[in-house]
Ligand binder design. Structure first.
Ligand SMILES: [Cu+2]
Length: 157
């Protein structure tokens, strides 16, 4: 526990300094859901605020083979999700992926996601001038979503 605390403090310090030079982009409240044994994917969420218009164009993590950006939609009363290539970040507005109908989908997990262990995420953000920058954050792990057969899988609504 002591070790984790120190590591989180160090990450916070890096983030703080990153937000100064990284084109005024702030990342907050990154989280990933814990997974059950054998589960191959995990959902994640976070908030991004960019002072200037930008795009979230990708995410990577060492714990999964890839991370997709997913958008939820209703289709004949069914919740569906599809992959999108980018999430728009309007200037100066807090964009919470979950609230906008998006989530991160960690694909082909290399290890189970456990509560109490932070998950490193690297965000790729394309700026208005087409440069792509990388920002690091550490996602906290939230309890896994219990899937009830009588309820939709996602509980955004
Ligand atoms: Cu998804």
């Amino acid at each position: 526990m002591q070790k984790l605390g120190l590591w989180l403090a160090a990450t916070a310090a890096i983030l703080l300094s990153a937000s100064v030079y990284a084109e005024d982009i702030r990342i907050e409240a990154a989280s990933v859901r814990a997974t059950a044994p054998g589960q191959q994917t995990a959902m994640g969420d976070l908030s991004i605020t960019s002072k200037k218009i930008a795009l979230l164009v990708g995410v990577t993590t060492p714990v999964a083979q890839s991370v997709e950006l997913h958008l939820m939609s209703h289709d004949n009363g069914m919740m569906k999700m599809r992959e999108v290539k980018e999430v728009p970040l309007p200037a100066g507005r807090v964009v919470n992926l979950g609230q906008e109908g998006y989530h991160l989908m960690l694909m082909n997990l290399k290890e189970p996601i456990k509560e109490g262990v932070a998950v490193p995420l690297t965000l790729m953000i394309q700026l208005a001038d087409k440069r792509t920058i990388k920002l690091e954050t550490a996602a906290t792990v939230k309890p896994q979503i219990v899937i009830d057969a009588n309820e939709p899988m996602h509980h955004h609504h």
